[in-house]
Design a protein. Structure first.
Length: 430
């Protein structure tokens, strides 16, 4: 080669090396850049969420900086609105679906152009549809805590019952075998805790599950905004809610052969822990607590019973989602963080930490060899909920609904009509 060719070749090689070096340096620099710190407020436990983020960062090339603050549900709304009025507040909030309506004018909806309705529904379970509006999604689903049925193996075995009830009507038979009364008709052992409110853990949610299984959504959107469906003709109103309410209340009627519960008994959870309640309807998150409080209790977990002639397999779930606050100064970083936290790998990690089921369809489809988690994943798939403006007010409405029937003050249809009116007033006074 001539001196000119050698020189030209050397320059060419140097340029190639320099170009590769610049490209590699550019990629490394950008891939190693951390997102700006994102502030999130929520009602989800801080210890769990912070542990989740910390472990998630161990799997990432870049650090996800999240400043998370847990605020009690009863204080969240006031504190959040007060801070927004001062021009402060978080970049995102993490709350359950039953609280999201009070904040829909303070959050940025995720446009259909960013995440289409079809992609959203293909990614997340049916309960997540509560976040969908005509203008976009109110939140990205993070985790769900559905109701399941815990059942006492020993009590069932001693009563000669080989299997837990799959349908609600099976309690008509097993209550006679499992419920034990003394000579004065005082209940000493119960098959199921239904029919009352104040001493039944999650009574509002259990009754909600019965309504939802009947096809009544409890609340729905109309031209007038969010409305009660308890007595609304669009959803067969009392034709769907009345049978569900009658079923629930019959177990506290001393004159009914299914009589199994009354308000003088300890709470349903304490009764189950003490071995005097055969079945307990509780959240999946309660598994570890039940184990810890009574290690000697021989119990298992099963899906919540269903209506035999029902068209819908449903349980009630408490769904948590991430919503971007309208006042955030860094919407790009906030949305990026929300996407990272709700991605498949992140949700699998969160599920392993919390022992709660994922809300992603791909995770549910993958299944689990863990017998408890298999039940939990199925519960997540059929989990539903309803939009509310105040769980405290609706809890009181449901309490009055049940007690007006069990006390004989009103008949079932009149009680539902009154509850329907009260719920509509509650929804309009958000």
């Amino acid at each position: 080669m001539s001196k000119f060719q050698i020189t030209l070749t050397a320059i060419f090689i140097i340029c190639i090396i320099a170009g590769v070096t610049v490209f590699a340096t550019y990629k490394t620099k950008n891939s190693s850049e951390d997102l700006p710190t994102v502030t999130i407020w929520g009602t989800f436990p801080a210890s769990v969420f912070n542990d989740f983020v910390q472990k998630l960062n161990l799997t990432r090339a870049t650090t996800l900086n999240i400043n998370y603050s847990e605020i009690a549900q009863e204080n969240f709304r006031k504190q959040f609105i007060d801070e927004l009025a001062r021009g402060k507040g978080p970049d995102a909030i993490l709350i359950s679906q039953q609280d999201i309506i009070g904040y829909d004018d303070k959050i940025i909806k995720i446009s259909d152009k960013v995440l289409s309705k079809r992609d959203f529904q293909n990614a997340f379970t049916v309960q997540s549809n509560l976040y969908l509006t005509a203008d976009g999604a109110l939140a990205l689903p993070l985790i769900v805590d559905p109701l399941v049925m815990y059942w006492n193996r020993t009590m069932f075995t001693n009563a000669g019952i080989a299997k837990y009830p799959v349908y609600w009507d099976e309690f008509s038979t097993i209550t006679q075998k499992l419920t034990l009364k003394d000579d004065n008709s005082n209940i000493r052992r119960s098959a199921v805790a239904l029919g009352e409110f104040n001493n039944i853990n999650h009574a509002r949610e259990i009754l909600s599950a019965l309504f939802l299984q009947s096809g009544n959504p409890i609340t729905f959107y109309s031209d007038q905004g969010l409305q009660s469906g308890l007595g609304d003709s669009s959803y067969a109103g009392t034709q769907t809610s009345a049978p569900a309410l009658n079923f629930f209340t019959q177990f506290s009627n001393p004159h009914d052969y299914r009589y199994s519960w009354n308000r003088s008994l300890p709470s349903s959870k304490n009764s189950f822990l003490s071995g005097t309640l055969a079945t307990y309807i509780g959240y999946t998150s309660e598994l570890s607590d039940i184990r810890a409080k009574n290690p000697n209790l021989d119990f298992d977990v099963a899906p919540i019973p269903q209506a035999r002639a029902g068209k819908f397999r449903v349980t009630y779930g408490n769904l948590y989602g991430l919503s971007m606050v309208r006042s955030t100064s860094n919407s790009n970083a906030t949305f990026a963080a929300m996407q990272i936290l709700t991605a498949p790998d992140a949700q699998a990690l969160l599920s392993s930490i919390t022992y709660l089921p994922s809300v992603r369809r791909d995770s549910i489809a993958a299944g689990s060899t863990d017998p408890y988690m298999a039940v939990f994943l199925d519960a997540s798939l059929i989990s539903k909920g309803w939009l509310d403006t105040s769980s405290d007010r609706s809890n009181q409405i449901f309490t009055n609904l049940v007690e007006s029937v069990t006390s004989g003050r009103t008949d079932t249809l009149s009680a539902i009509k009154q509850a329907d009116d009260e719920l509509n007033l509650s929804l309009q006074s958000q």
